[in-house]
Design a protein around this ligand. Structure first.
Ligand code: HEC
Length: 182
């Protein structure tokens, strides 16, 4: 009896294996790993990386040096922040983004004293590794772009706490009535 059962198991295992190895599926045209894809000039390795794609080994690589804050960096950061972070953190960074207004647990405001004191590397690290309920954005935001987002978050923080007296006169005049006296 055990012998027959054993035989039955072996036979069904062989049948299953044969099913995986159907010649038509095995032999269909495909590009093997590391093989040059003949219809792409230079093969796959030479193809430009699509915009916004983060290479696997760049996700958690050591942070690149923090770039100088330029208008271009802030603009890049604004685009990324508005697309990726604002749904939760809101366009102004007060933590009341649309997802939160629909029930997602609210993140802290970026305008607290503690987060204004926090170094830029704290923000870089949270983007890379996530924190608590917030998942990591390392595979969606490239390392240089993380610094762009950090620069923009800094600009948001400044926008809520700047001393009116420190603004140039031309800007001060554009403040709403009452806000110029800070
Ligand atoms: C899906 C919603 C969501 C998105 C998108 C999101 N966050 Fe968060 N974030 C949170 C929540 C929730 C917390 C609070 C996490 C906790 O403490 O459990 C948080 C916390 C943080 C903190 C930590 C604040 C502290 O207390 O130190 C920083 C910094 C931060 N987020 C930055 C960002 C940046 C920058 C982006 C965009 C790249 C982003 N987050 C995208 C939900 C989000």
């Amino acid at each position: 009896m055990t012998g027959r059962r054993m035989m039955a198991i072996v036979v069904s295992a062989l049948a299953a294996l044969a099913a995986c190895d159907q010649p038509e599926m095995r032999d269909q045209a495909k590009v093997e790993a590391y093989e040059t894809a003949s219809d792409l000039p230079g093969g796959l390795a030479e193809q430009p990386r699509p915009e916004g794609v983060v290479a696997r080994d760049e996700r958690i690589a050591p942070a690149p040096p923090r770039p100088e804050t330029t208008l271009a960096l802030l603009r890049r950061g604004r685009t990324l922040y508005n697309n990726i972070c604002a749904p939760c953190h809101s366009y102004t960074g007060d933590g009341r983004g649309m997802v939160v207004r629909r029930g997602f647990p609210p993140p802290p405001s970026f305008h607290t004293a503690a987060l204004r004191r926090a170094g830029g590397d704290h923000f870089y690290r949270v983007i890379t590794e996530g924190r608590g309920l917030m998942y990591a954005y390392a595979d969606r935001v490239a390392p240089e772009d993380r610094w762009a987002v950090v620069a923009y978050v800094r600009a948001l923080q400044l926008s809520q706490h700047v001393q009116a007296a420190s603004l140039p006169a031309a800007l001060r005049m554009r403040l709403p009535e009452g806000e110029a006296v800070q």
